[in-house]
Design a protein around this ligand. Structure first.
Ligand code: BGC
Length: 495
């Protein structure tokens, strides 16, 4: 009966919204998870304490001259290692049902290998998970959010080298054994960004700039490592209920004009950015257009084979179906226009994709140049459902940056209101199976090579002027707390 009443109410709601406005009823399901996300290097600090090994990011941020804005480092960051109890309480006070964090691999395994455990590091994550669970939140854990043990790198082992695969699987196994209360596992955060920045343009640690070659090798090795860890989990932990996946970043790409070239450019960009990771996992191979483009240019560069590593039948068996849920990080929408074919003397990812990117002048743009386009998230969700079936989807990150000068962060409230409304629209109108939204980020933190000048937090920290690193509530904190506790959102004025 109750269900019938709810159904009639929903129908009435739809009837009142026949003017092109959003049609959802503003109510997320009762079991929906609202969370907040962080990552080890961006918040923990304590870079050399209690037996932690160094990561490639420790080495990178300590280089002279520094590759990071303002010579910023993660040496202290939010000092979360010492203040995790305060932070987890703060997350609980925000009304969260889930908290996403990542493990610093070298904090647990100082030289990267599972045979030498730093017990204090392991204890930190056990205590952290206990603290999350104590407040009734679901721990959502990422095994690798870019801080690779420096010792491995110094031994020639990074994401270009297949030897890392079994080492990563051993590390994953150890963490799964030790953290049985984790509610969602993911292996790697954003393989695309990691491979392009760390091995393509060299803007992230370890700073390798071999675009068009090392970045593709990284993508291949990461996908294999993920798939092998997934198979290990399914085989060795059959009694564990936590879904296992990989976090893929995916924006929404619209054609700059309705010319067939620009429409193809937007599709191509999607396949290079997102399909490159979704496709091998759902279908077992790279997207066709990605294979064709890279093979085409490789041939005209005079190579005997493609710069893109080949996915073998054995790899397909490993990769295909290697996830229990889809985890996406989504931030913005961007326009894609067809670009001219570049000279074959220059080898890089950009030339392989052959797309120019731009923003529509009518879009509102954040300090990072990212467009705030809530409609894009709904289009992306519809596309994911159409391409990969209706697997449960979690947003492992979603958010907007500002310059952090004011706690009156209207842009963040506006962003979340718009994006939440369009996600709900996709859930109710397009029947997309979204089960969680985990915004980036719980608190302001180190924005990698961009330092502390960009603020993504729902909670503010003034890194440059406040040595006490006091956590401060923003306007968006109150907005979000209302959403997490009521699971309701007002979409009346959302366009
Ligand atoms: C990453 C985060 C990062 C955020 C904002 C994602 O690419 O996972 O670590 O801080 O986006 O740039």
């Amino acid at each position: 009966m109750q269900q019938t009443i709810a159904f009639v109410l929903v129908l009435l709601q739809f009837a009142f919204n026949a003017d092109g406005a959003l049609k959802n009823n503003g109510q997320f399901p009762r079991n929906f998870l609202f969370g907040a996300a962080t990552a080890s290097y961006q918040i923990e600090g304590a870079w050399n304490e209690d037996g932690k090994g160094q990561s490639t990011w420790d080495e990178f941020t300590h280089r002279i001259p520094s590759p990071v804005t303002n010579n910023d480092t993660g040496d202290i960051a939010c000092d979360h290692y010492h203040r995790y109890k305060e932070d987890i309480k703060m997350a609980a006070d925000l009304g969260l049902q889930a908290y996403r964090f990542s493990i610093s691999w070298p904090r647990v395994l100082p030289n990267g290998y599972a045979d030498t455990i730093n017990e204090k590091g392991m204890q930190f994550y056990k205590d952290l998970v206990d603290e999350i669970v104590k407040y009734g939140m679901v721990p959502v854990c990422t095994l690798f959010h870019w801080d690779l043990p420096l010792k491995l790198y110094e031994n020639g082992i990074d994401w270009r080298n297949e030897k890392i695969i079994d080492i990563f699987v051993a590390y994953s196994r150890l963490m799964i054994q030790n953290l049985p209360k984790v509610g969602y596992w993911s292996t790697i955060n954003e393989p695309r960004v990691h491979c392009l920045r760390s091995y393509g343009d060299g803007k992230h640690a370890p700073g390798i700039a071999e675009s068009g070659i090392a970045d593709y090798q990284c993508s291949y090795v990461i996908l294999k490592a993920h798939a092998k860890a997934y198979r290990m989990y399914k085989k060795e932990f059959p009694h564990y209920k936590a879904p296992f996946g990989i976090v893929i970043d995916c924006q929404w790409y619209v054609p700059a004009t309705n010319s067939s070239e620009d429409i193809a450019a937007a599709e191509r960009y999607y396949e290079f950015e997102c399909g490159m990771y979704f496709h091998p996992i759902s279908k077992g191979d790279w997207p066709d257009i990605v294979k064709k483009r890279i093979a085409h240019r490789s041939q005209l560069e005079g190579r005997s084979s493609s710069r893109l590593p080949q996915i073998t039948p054995e790899d397909i068996r490993l990769m295909k179906g290697a996830q229990d849920y889809i985890a996406i990080n989504h931030y913005f929408t961007i326009m894609a226009a067809n670009a001219e074919e570049a000279s074959y003397d220059e080898i890089n990812y950009k030339h392989d994709v052959r797309v120019n990117l731009l923003n529509d002048p009518s879009w509102k743009i954040s300090v990072l140049g990212w467009a705030i386009c809530p409609f894009g998230v709904r289009e992306l969700l519809k596309h994911l459902k159409e391409q990969y079936g209706n697997e449960p989807i979690i947003f492992a990150e979603i958010g907007v940056a500002d310059d952090g000068t004011s706690l009156k962060d209207d842009i963040r409230t506006e962003y979340y209101q718009g994006y939440f409304c369009y996600i709900l629209e996709a859930m109710q109108i397009d029947d997309v199976n979204v089960v969680a939204i985990i915004p980036w980020s719980l608190m302001d933190n180190l924005e990698w090579a961009k330092g502390y000048i960009y603020h993504f937090g729902l909670i503010g920290i003034d890194f440059y002027n406040d040595p006490t690193l006091t956590r401060r509530l923003k306007d968006s904190t109150y907005f979000y707390r209302n959403v997490t506790t009521t699971k309701r959102i007002n979409c009346d004025n959302v366009k």
